[in-house]
Design a protein around this ligand. Sequence first.
Ligand code: SF4
Length: 293
Amino acid sequence: MPWIPRGLREGIVTSRYPRRPDGYGEGFRGTMVVHSGRDGDHRIALAAEVCPTEAISIEHGQPRLDRGRCILCGRCAEVCPQVFGFDPSFETSAVRREALVVPDEHEDDEAVEKVRVELGRRVKALRRSVHIRHVDAGSDGAEEWEVAALTNPVYDVQRLGVFFTASPRHADLLVATGVGTAGMLEPLRETYDVMPDPKVVIAAGVDAISGGLVGGGYAARSGLTDSLPVDVFVPGSPPTPFGLLHGILLAVGLLPAGARRGQRPSNIRSLVRTERSAPGPASPEDPPREAGP
Ligand code: SF4
């Protein structure tokens, strides 16, 4: 029984995120950032040229980076390190597609608040336990590794009252990955249709958001945003398990929309209660759930 001394030696490996920041997440290539410093337009233009997914554009002489397209290859940082660089932050999910573009000048506008309030109202009944149906709609498999990692002892998504289910009829959240291959669009739509209301859709990964490197061919769409009403966008190629956790918490209303690095959940008490206790029945004031067709 070698695992007993090993377990005693290593102690508890399960992350405390989001109750506490987790240094484990700092070791990843979380996201690409645009520094305020400039290194000359020609280098920014060169970075835009070498970007394989056209994630970089130049507007009014300023670089703009679309995280919904960025596959984190690092080419821009190689040719223009004064402007582009990696940041370990993984809390980059957003409830608006536009918010993935940095710098985002409209982060606090009325539209964000409207989306946040609407999503919060819709998911009010989901906070005690949440079931996820994951559908791979043409991924390269990278996202699937990260989604599967959510259930391992380090991330242990079940501690937050979040579970995976094989049946879309039992699911609250649809986590969709992949570019949207022609053969998977109908099964994906059918999965969404039979899920009971309220339901939330997460587009996980750049492929699902914009098609990434390979979307847009004769057999695939450029992401899933035209096929599904996406509520939360999780950038990354693939997003890390912490990035996915951030997106899931955002989707069920346990994080403020547009939460940035280091922000803790707004309703931490509700989360702690969920983490400590087994999922219980919904309270009488929660709206009844509607069965899918
Ligand atoms: S890291 Fe992202 S923005 Fe930079 S070149 Fe690669 S895909 Fe483009």
